[in-house]
Design a binder for this molecule. Structure first.
Ligand SMILES: Nc1ncnc2c1ncn2[C@@H]1O[C@H](COP(=O)(O)OP(=O)(O)OP(=O)(O)O)[C@@H](O)[C@H]1O
Ligand SMILES: [Mg+2]
Length: 202
């Protein structure tokens, strides 16, 4: 499968952020995206994951528009997982909202049983991010957009989390877009890298 954006144009109010952006991501591919702060990486991520709809251009999977209803085949993980969860729900409810998560997936991310009864604000950023990842890696997920997802953890935890993501995405043949300012991380986990400034005709 291929996730693709073609001639993508997007503006906030009257400020253009993206102009004539073309990008494609294949199943099983791990592609890096680098760009200056404020250059539009997160905006592009949100468009690819169907969070913004008021763009010009095409966003498709295998040439077809992505349905706006139902499970999102392109899942977005943010830098701040606390913004992606309902603070009034316990972790077990947040986790089981989407699908029946298999135990081996929880184990592979090192998610502990005693975290289940906690509220989101009773977990560290890295612990909460593991839940967000498990929730996003459901059986219907085809592409994962990872927008600075391990910025809040130490180097060892970062390596563990990425080892697990790479392992699972390979097994499930998921395409991954890795947005990061950390060039070493991109070099380590990605087979190719795109610079937003090079593909953005702003
Ligand atoms: N909801 C919004 N309304 C208006 N402007 C916005 C909105 N969200 C982002 N912007 C602006 O759009 C530009 C691109 O923001 P974006 O978050 O996509 O950048 P980024 O490349 O992800 O930056 P960073 O590396 O700092 O995360 C910035 O100038 C930002 O101020
Ligand atoms: Mg960003």
């Amino acid at each position: 499968m291929q996730l693709k954006c073609e001639n993508l144009n997007f503006k906030y109010a009257d400020k253009w952020i993206l102009k004539d952006v073309n990008l494609s991501l294949n199943s099983g591919e791990v592609l890096g995206l680098i760009g200056d702060s404020g250059s539009g990486k997160s905006t592009l991520c949100k468009i690819l994951a169907s969070y913004h709809h008021n763009y010009n251009g095409l966003v498709t999977i295998d040439g077809k528009k992505i349905p706006s209803k139902g499970y999102k085949p392109v899942q977005l993980i943010y830098q701040h997982p606390e913004k992606a969860v309902n603070p009034k729900w316990k972790m077990k409810d947040i986790l089981n909202e989407g699908y029946d998560v298999p135990q081996d997936l929880l184990d592979s991310f090192g998610i502990k049983k005693n975290w289940f009864n906690r509220w989101p604000n009773e977990l560290s950023g890295g612990e909460l991010q593991r839940f967000a990842l498990v929730r996003a890696l459901g059986p219907k997920t085809k592409f994962l957009i990872a927008d600075e997802i391990t910025t809040m953890v130490d180097a060892i935890t970062q390596a563990q989390i990425w080892d697990t993501i790479l392992d699972i995405s390979k097994k499930l043949n998921i395409g991954v877009l890795v947005v990061s300012h950390d060039k070493n991380l991109i070099k380590k986990v990605c087979s190719d890298v795109v610079y937003l400034n090079d593909i953005n005709n702003i």
